[in-house]
Design a protein around this ligand. Structure first.
Ligand SMILES: [Fe+2]
Ligand SMILES: [Fe+2]
Length: 472
């Protein structure tokens, strides 16, 4: 078991005290991080005690400890999953060689770019979510929001550790810039599109944690395969935290679906809004939006970068080591969906440049599983509606389908058709205004806003009406 040094200013299991130079660099960065957290982290509530879990070791059993913490006192630290003895690079040109414990010089730039791109998403989501606490639907949800926020803060620490420990001066500069970019800022935006979108309300938040945090899961899982062992171990531990974020998204949307169904049954009506709920057609529009912007995060269908990252052993496939092929893919092909005339069809492409698309495919399957679980809720209420993932070419801004006008069911449509039906397919200003009108804080323990059902159970075995955040 890898215990964590909690005595140090920066909790860690990387023996920071024996590396004075690195320790000083991180201690120098720490107050800047805290300053960023105060400026851009959750608005309000910083002085409130919140029932949070904190990592205390990285083994499967004991890593989470629950207790009341004020967010600025959360022990952000550096935790790597235990090393695998004699770990070998599992793919690419270096397949079979010992995993690197240091940066291979010729891949330094590419690795830095991968780490910075991942690192940039972590503070971005905290910034996107910073005003949500003010309109929480319950203390339970407020606590979950803050848990996600502090963990995204820790994921930033995880990437900054790699930058500072392995990249010298330019790593330190990148670490500074991670605190200087701002989500949605016109002059210094975050790197990736979805992380510059607004998360104005809790429905958007639940969709974000379901769809966009799930992109994170797939990116982290393929970086966890990296031949650069410190990156692999860092990402493996981050994935254990990420699971909770997707739980928040899946159960959050699921509870909104459930509440809509309850209203429909109770009042024998489809007019859910009349009774303060979020109707299923609007939910579908939010889903369409968040799914499509999250698909963009995987990048172009054909990408030499993706091929190079793989061949160089830097970024693998999802569950690389479970796959049964040569793990080099030089002559392999992969079916990629493309527009052929005015229809979409699969076409075999060289496997290496198609790796983004392959990861996107894994992601799509995973998203669909969650959507089917929401549909089970609808079915249980005897309601004949199904939520669906829109076609992957719908509303895309990156890759082969960018700029095409495609309906959610996968037909290429004219610009005029698109304009005419946009309001059926994507959230409208009226939708957003309606959802905004529902965003009234509910902070009495055990009480929930009228648009969302209570969860099936509380956190860490606590009752649903537990005082998850002490506001008194
Ligand atoms: Fe994260
Ligand atoms: Fe996350």
């Amino acid at each position: 078991m890898a215990g964590i040094d909690y005595i140090s200013k920066i909790p860690n299991n990387v023996d920071l005290t024996s590396n004075r130079r690195l320790q000083r660099a991180l201690e120098d960065w720490q107050p800047k991080f805290l300053e960023w957290w105060q400026d851009m982290g959750p608005d309000g509530f910083q002085a409130r005690e919140t029932y949070l879990r904190t990592a205390t070791s990285v083994d499967a059993q004991g890593w989470a400890q629950f207790g009341y913490v004020k967010m600025p006192d959360y022990r952000w630290g550096i935790f790597l999953a235990d090393p695998e003895p004699d770990r070998r690079i599992a793919f690419g040109d270096y397949k079979g060689q010992p995993a690197w414990q240091d940066i291979p010089g010729e891949h330094r730039g590419a690795l830095r770019r991968l780490i910075v791109t991942q690192g940039d998403t972590e503070p971005a989501s905290v910034e996107q979510q910073r005003h949500l606490g003010r309109t929480c639907p319950s203390l339970y949800d407020l606590r979950n929001l803050f848990q996600v926020n502090v963990e995204e803060g820790r994921h930033l620490w995880a990437m900054v550790y790699l930058l500072q420990a392995y990249f010298g001066r330019d790593g330190r500069e990148e670490a500074e810039q991670l605190l200087q970019r701002r989500s949605g800022d016109r002059d210094k935006p975050r790197i990736l599109g979805a992380f510059n979108e607004r998360t104005p309300d809790w429905l958007a938040y639940f969709m974000f944690t379901f769809f966009t945090d799930r992109d994170g899961k797939y990116q982290l899982a393929s970086l966890a395969e990296s031949g650069f062992d410190p990156l692999s171990r860092t990402c493996r531990f981050m994935l254990t935290e990420e699971a909770h974020h997707m739980f928040v998204g899946e159960t959050g949307v699921g509870r909104v679906v459930q509440r809509a169904c309850e209203i429909m049954r109770e009042h024998k009506t489809d007019d859910v809004r009349k009774h303060g709920g979020i109707d299923l057609p609007m939910l579908q529009r939010y889903l369409n939006f968040h799914y499509s912007v999250s698909l963009d995060l995987f990048g172009s269908e054909v990408s030499t970068n993706a091929a190079n990252f793989y061949t160089a052993g830097l970024k693998g496939r999802f569950e690389e080591t479970k796959k049964d092929d040569d793990h080099q893919l030089k002559s392999a092909t992969y079916p990629v969906i493309a527009l052929n005339g005015d229809a979409f069809a699969k076409r075999d492409e060289p496997a290496l440049p198609s790796l983004n698309e392959r990861l996107r495919d894994d992601y799509v399957v995973d998203c669909d599983r969650g959507v089917q679980r929401w549909n089970q809720v609808i079915k249980r209420h005897g309601i004949d509606v199904e939520l669906t993932l829109p076609h992957r070419a719908f509303h895309r801004a990156i890759g082969a389908f960018a700029g095409l006008r495609v309906s959610p069911d996968g037909r290429v449509v004219s610009q005029a058709d698109w304009e005419a039906r946009r309001a059926e397919w994507l959230p409208t200003p009226e939708d957003e205004a309606y959802v905004a009108s529902l965003m009234k804080p509910v902070v009495e323990p055990g009480k929930f806003a009228g648009w969302i059902a209570p969860p099936a159970r509380g956190i860490n075995g606590q009752p649903v009406d537990f005082e998850y955040v002490r506001l008194g």
